[in-house]
Design a protein. Structure first.
Length: 76
């Protein structure tokens, strides 16, 4: 099994991670492994259409990637 060392991890991030691990009854290393496993197991990238709340209906039927590309293109 591999070992991962993380340098320059901000203290506030580590403290948040530590609290999250404690709340899940895991070690910090186990929590990092769990978080990475969940994120990397996603089959598809997250979409703006998955958002809940205000504005979701505005994106219905729109290709968010193309919209962002068009917006960026208009900056030139």
């Amino acid at each position: 099994m591999a070992t991962l060392n993380i340098k320059n991890l901000p203290d506030p991030l580590y403290e948040s991670l530590k609290l999250r691990a404690e709340s899940q009854h895991r070690s910090v290393a186990q929590e990092v492994t769990h978080i990475l496993s969940e994120v990397l197991a996603r089959d598809e990238p997250l979409s703006i259409l998955d958002l809940r709340g205000l504005g979701k209906e505005l994106w219905a039927g729109m290709d968010a990637t193309q919209h962002v590309a068009d917006e960026r293109g208009s900056w030139d």
